[in-house]
Design a protein around this ligand. Structure first.
Ligand code: HEM
Length: 229
């Protein structure tokens, strides 16, 4: 393995994760009121109503696919009698569809950001960096998926092994160094995206009001007739 391989697949993942965690903590501490999506709904809502949900719901499916594909080892699905061919066919159909839908949603959002003057004016320097990068990550992922149709590569025996080895603090550099270029580009761009995440509007992913779903009902009562009136 060359020094470059070690730097890319053995060092960069930890650098990117450290910046993601430390940067998010720093931003939360010093910019709590800016820790938002900086919503542009007031400027335009028709395109946002279509592009926003399409992008986010499709992305949730893509993330679900990544959890399955990267974290669940192949021997487990084999033990469950799911053959590699069956797994790959389902992953391709579902992941590909979700990826295309996410790309469509992002396309609508980017078009809106460029073509609607008020939204364009509300676009920051960090947006100009992070939004094209997010697009590139998505397109590189789709390219990897598309390439797997003609050039079969079992990423669960390569990319996924590398990914899990990072959490064991024993990076399997060769597993990633031998992956096809489109997978390497995808992972590399994703790591750069993670490092820029805390300094952009993407922090809103960590500020989703999940607690809202579980908060107790607010009880409204009408005043008793005549009381204090
Ligand atoms: C280091 C982090 C990541 C790794 C290791 C990774 C790995 C992969 C792998 C192995 C595939 C499957 C390719 C195939 O089907 O053969 C894929 C596809 C894809 N990835 Fe990632 N990915 C990462 C981060 C991301 C991020 C942050 C995004 C979102 C912006 C993303 C979006 C996609 C999309 C849209 C696809 C294609 C559709 C699909 O298969 O779901 N990935 N990625």
């Amino acid at each position: 393995m060359t020094h470059l391989h070690i730097a890319l697949w053995g060092v960069l993942p930890y650098l990117s994760l450290t910046v993601l965690i430390a940067g998010t903590a720093w931003r939360y501490r010093y910019d709590r009121f800016g820790f938002t999506t900086r919503s542009s709904q007031l400027y335009e809502s028709r395109l946002l109503r279509v592009g926003g949900p399409l992008f986010h719901y499709a992305l949730f499916l893509v993330i679900g696919g990544h959890v399955m594909g990267l974290l669940v080892p192949e021997w487990i699905t084999e033990r469950l009698r799911v053959s590699e061919t069956a797994y790959h066919t389902v992953a391709l159909a579902m992941g590909g569809t979700a990826g295309l839908a996410a790309a469509g949603g992002l396309g609508v959002l980017l078009w809106r950001r460029v073509r609607v003057p008020a939204v364009r004016r509300a676009t920051s320097r960090s947006d100009r960096l992070v939004l094209p990068l997010l697009t590139a990550v998505l397109l590189a992922g789709l390219t990897a998926t598309a390439s797997s149709v003609t050039n079969p590569y079992d990423y669960r025996l390569g990319v996924s092994v590398w990914f899990r080895s990072l959490f064991e603090l024993d990076p399997d550099v060769p597993a990633m160094a031998h992956a096809p270029l489109e997978y390497q580009v995808h992972a590399l761009l994703a790591m750069v995206l993670f490092a820029l995440w805390p300094f952009s509007r993407l922090v809103h992913a960590f500020a989703a009001p999940v607690g809202y779903l579980f908060r107790p009902y607010i009880v409204y009562r009408s005043r008793a007739r005549g009381a204090g009136m």
